[in-house]
Write a protein that binds this ligand. Structure first.
Ligand SMILES: Cc1cc2nc3c(=O)[nH]c(=O)nc-3n(C[C@H](O)[C@H](O)[C@H](O)COP(=O)(O)OP(=O)(O)OC[C@H]3O[C@@H](n4cnc5c(N)ncnc54)[C@H](O)[C@@H]3O)c2cc1C
Ligand code: FES
Ligand code: FES
Length: 471
């Protein structure tokens, strides 16, 4: 029987899921901490990745560098078996492993904790901000804390507390004792509990074997999409080596489908800096550390944020299975509402973003009810090539306007070959009425969506003209 092995706040843990008092395989890290470890410093509020009250720190050893890496996570949506081989740190961790004392003192000094429910999460997100050596200004700190809500609206005192740490000479954060990690063999791991199973393959070969043996098991990557509430047998592909690869060639960049959104942000920054504010508005740091590019695309959602980018770039989805590899244009990948072109035995392996031809301009903008932590009402990504003053090539891709993310082909046809001007973008926007018939739902009425979609074309022009930064 395989044991789950990890460290918690400096102490080793082993869980035998076949034991009758063990947590269920679908147990969240939060439930485990509060119910089984009686560590109640980590708070439960929304239980859905929306508030950051349950923030913890998960450390792992980077295989390539051997260095320890610490990331924040929402423990309410993180499955317990994902801790295999890792070190979990909570607000209760001894200072020699996680030195949050100066941050906690600053919170007290600045009266940044009122009811205190959000405080442990706020402290840990502030810790990660400093651990990543990010600038200590309001804007950067706000971004680092954007996944943490304070219902008492103590935001200004929380910001003041973190900023005050810039002047603290005693700050030891990042200079703690090295963490221990359990020895786990380099092979597929399988945790079994009655009829249920949780498989952790490390290679594509393992994955194919696992699928053959457990055909009913569901593929899951970050568990932040449609897998979030699924409790049955799973094949967790987040450690499959081939799915985590990033390749850069003369023609473009290929991102493994298992890459998290934080990895995608880091990798794209150099080649497509325009994407960064757009990707920064995806959920929160905690969710971006866990959610995968592949899960976003394979979910086939009309409001998934990456497909408009893929359509604007004419990206290629590379899929693979035991029968080989196929390349599918992004425009043919989503085949209907939450339907994609994957065969039953295939997974999404990577997404290839070609490098643009000279003179191509990119733009992306996401409209949601609030800036962070919200699904798009309408998302937009565009590429325009302008030669002289003429628009010689254009791709306008929208999310939230139809059952699938789609290009605005009528508007594109109007713009192509014409002068790229505000007046022509305005005229092109009228063609969106022919391209889309959006629906009304909680994220916006049909007419609101259409107005936003039209405004996006003006934003595109203003951004091209240096008048709008895409935020
Ligand atoms: C708080 C919160 C905020 C969010 N905010 C946003 C947002 O701003 N924008 C947005 O677009 N989404 C958002 N989401 C949705 C979700 O985070 C994303 O869609 C995410 O990319 C899903 O990836 P995952 O790895 O977690 O998918 P999972 O839930 O693990 O899987 C989703 C689906 O994809 C399949 N799958 C996963 N990987 C592969 C693969 N490589 N090959 C084949 N099938 C695969 C699974 O079988 C499953 O059907 C949010 C979710 C939460 C909880
Ligand atoms: S309890 Fe709100 S994010 Fe976990
Ligand atoms: S102090 Fe009460 S929720 Fe933040």
């Amino acid at each position: 029987m395989e044991l789950l092995r990890f460290y918690l706040n400096g102490k080793p843990r082993e869980i035998d899921f076949s034991h009758r008092d063990s947590p269920p395989l679908s147990c969240s890290v939060l439930q485990y901490l509060r119910q089984y470890e009686k560590l109640t410093g980590t708070k439960q509020v929304c239980g859905a990745g929306d508030c950051g009250a349950c923030t913890v720190i998960v450390a792992h050893k980077d295989e390539a560098t051997g260095l320890e890496k610490r990331c924040s996570a929402d423990s309410c949506i993180m499955r317990l078996p994902r801790l295999h081989g890792k070190h979990l740190l909570t607000i209760e961790a001894p200072e020699r492993f996680l030195d949050t004392l100066p941050i906690r003192e600053a919170f007290l000094r600045e009266r940044a904790s009122q009811c205190g429910v959000c405080s442990p999460g706020m402290v840990l997100s502030s810790y990660i901000h400093m651990n990543n050596h990010l600038p200590m200004n309001q804007d950067q700190i706000r971004r680092s804390l954007s996944g943490n809500l304070c219902r008492c609206t103590g935001y200004q005192s929380i910001l003041d507390a973190v900023i005050s740490l810039d002047r603290n000479p005693d700050l030891k954060s990042g200079r703690e004792d090295p963490l221990d990690f359990p020895q786990v063999e380099k092979r597929m791991h399988a945790f079994v509990q009655g009829d249920n199973v949780y498989l952790l393959p490390l290679t594509l070969e393992d994955l194919y074997v696992a699928r053959k043996k457990y055909p009913a098991a569901r593929i899951a990557s970050g568990f932040t999409g449609s897998c979030m509430d699924y409790k049955g047998p799973v094949i967790d592909i987040s450690r499959v080596y081939e799915l985590l690869q990033v390749h850069v060639s003369d023609s473009g960049i290929s991102l493994g489908a298992g890459c998290s959104f934080e990895t995608m942000k880091m990798q794209m920054a150099q080649y497509f800096p325009y994407m960064i504010p757009y990707l920064d508005s995806f959920a929160s740091l905690q969710v971006r550390n866990q959610a995968s590019l592949g899960g976003n695309i394979a979910d086939g959602s009309p409001v998934g944020d990456t497909m408009p980018l893929c359509l604007a770039h004419d990206a290629v989805c590379v899929v693979c299975g035991p029968r080989g590899t196929r390349r599918i244009k992004a425009s043919h990948f989503t085949t209907g509402y939450r339907k994609v072109a994957l065969r039953a035995d295939e997974v999404l392996l990577a997404v290839e973003f070609p490098f643009p031809e000279k003179g191509t301009y990119y733009f992306a903008h996401k409209q949601a009810r609030r800036k962070n932590m919200d699904i798009s009402s309408v998302s937009f990504a565009a590429s325009v090539r302008v030669e002289g003053k003429t628009c010689t090539s254009v791709r306008l891709a929208y999310g939230g306007m139809a059952a699938v993310p789609a290009r605005a082909l009528h508007a594109e046809r109007f713009l192509k070959g014409k002068m790229f001007s505000q007046a022509n973008c305005q005229k092109a926007s009228a063609w969106l009425e022919k391209d889309f018939s959006p629906i009304s739902d909680v994220r916006g009425s049909a007419s609101y969506r259409m107005d936003v979609a039209k405004n996006m074309l003006i934003f595109l022009y203003e951004s091209y003209n240096g008048e709008h930064d895409g935020r």
